[in-house]
Design a binder for this molecule. Structure first.
Ligand SMILES: [Cu+2]
Length: 358
């Protein structure tokens, strides 16, 4: 089985994608082999059916022949399918063995699925972020006017091309599935269980996929975007990210002001909460309550802190964000909610208040 980098002629629009990893090419060739065998068998079976219909039509042979049993037919229809299955099993096993033998990776990324976003953690690099549905696909928009409607994210998974990469995949809540067709695999993200995939992407580019396991109301809203960069560009990206992390650390030592709280809150709200409560805070009637004008948001702080930190006891969609966000992020987002849209409580929530509420 050859593993060339460019798609052969047969890789037409409606076929399985030829992909950009060795595994996807192996899977593609396996798929073509089986497709050819199946096509030949199909043609043979239909030829016999057609021939029988024509040959034994009523005007030719009204009387059916009466016989039973045939030693050689029994032998043939046992032996021939067995040989076909063995003929498929040998190359298929070879592909599986090749796919499971990989060198140690240069980069390892831990992927966690959660309702309804992906969390990427670059092991040992100190880089960590959530990947959410892009804002342009949210709310009441015209899909025809949005490039990559429901197929774009705010922060793509950035990986080096031409280098060995390991992905370890798990979930924080229900079963999700991480699937980018051009990478040639799909792996379930299962809570309490870690699935591993090793890959090397042949060339830089943007590869898109989505969650492939029905995981609740927001299943269609957790796409995947992989941006593969040339190795030196990837190193530059890692440096940038690490500098940003350092800058954020330095900033978190700065005094907590209303301006800083609102900025931190706007970022958290836009990347996480807006998916359900909508960017304008109006929610989705019947599914997600409006925060604009909400009695909780405009009422006593304790109850507001409680639902954001510990989640809703009635509806698991409103998760315990205390587990995913730090004190400054939660203080920020609550301050933001209490002072945005039509809400003018004037409250400035501090990280210390969040810590006490945990
Ligand atoms: Cu999912």
């Amino acid at each position: 089985m050859p593993t060339t980098t460019s798609a052969p002629e047969e890789a037409l629009r409606f076929n399985l994608p030829y992909g950009v990893t060795a595994d996807s090419h192996l899977a593609w060739h396996m798929h073509m082999l089986v497709l050819e065998i199946v096509a030949i068998i199909g043609a043979g079976v239909f030829a016999v059916i057609l021939w029988s219909i024509v040959r034994h039509r009523r005007s030719q042979r009204p009387e059916a022949a009466k016989f039973s049993g045939s030693f050689w037919v029994e032998i043939a229809w046992t032996v021939v399918p067995t040989l076909i299955l063995i003929g498929i099993a040998i190359p298929a096993t070879r592909v599986l063995l090749i796919e499971n033998s990989h060198p140690d990776p240069k980069v390892t990324v831990e992927i966690r699925g959660s309702q309804w976003k992906w969390h990427y953690h670059y092991v040992g690099l100190g880089i960590d972020f959530f990947s959410n549905l892009a804002a342009a696909s949210r709310g009441d928009v015209n899909p025809a006017k949005v490039a990559f409607y429901l197929r774009d994210v705010d922060h793509p998974l950035v990986l080096p091309a031409q280098e060995d990469v390991r992905l370890v995949i798990t979930s924080d809540d229900v079963i999700h599935s991480w699937w980018v067709p051009e990478l040639g695999f799909k792996r379930d993200a299962i809570p309490g269980y870690i699935n591993r995939v090793d890959l090397s992407i042949e060339r830089p580019g943007v590869y898109r996929g989505q969650c492939a396991s029905l995981c609740g109301a927001g299943h269609a809203f957790m796409p995947i975007v992989v941006r593969a960069l040339a190795p030196d560009q990837f190193q530059a990206w890692v440096k940038d990210q690490q500098a940003a992390v350092a800058a954020r650390k330095a900033q978190s030592a700065a005094p907590w002001t209303r301006q800083i709280a609102m900025a931190a809150g706007a970022e958290v709200f836009g990347s996480i909460c807006a998916a359900c409560h909508q960017p304008d805070g109006k929610g989705v009637p019947g599914a997600f309550p409006a925060l604009d004008g909400s009695p909780v948001v405009n009422g006593p702080l304790a109850a507001h802190l409680k639902i954001v930190v510990h989640g809703s006891p009635r509806n698991p969609a409103m998760a315990a964000w205390g587990k995913q966000l730090d004190d400054r992020q939660i203080a920020g987002v609550i301050t933001y909610e209490r002072n945005s849209w039509g809400n003018h409580t004037g409250t400035l929530v501090t990280p210390e208040q969040v810590e006490t509420a945990r």
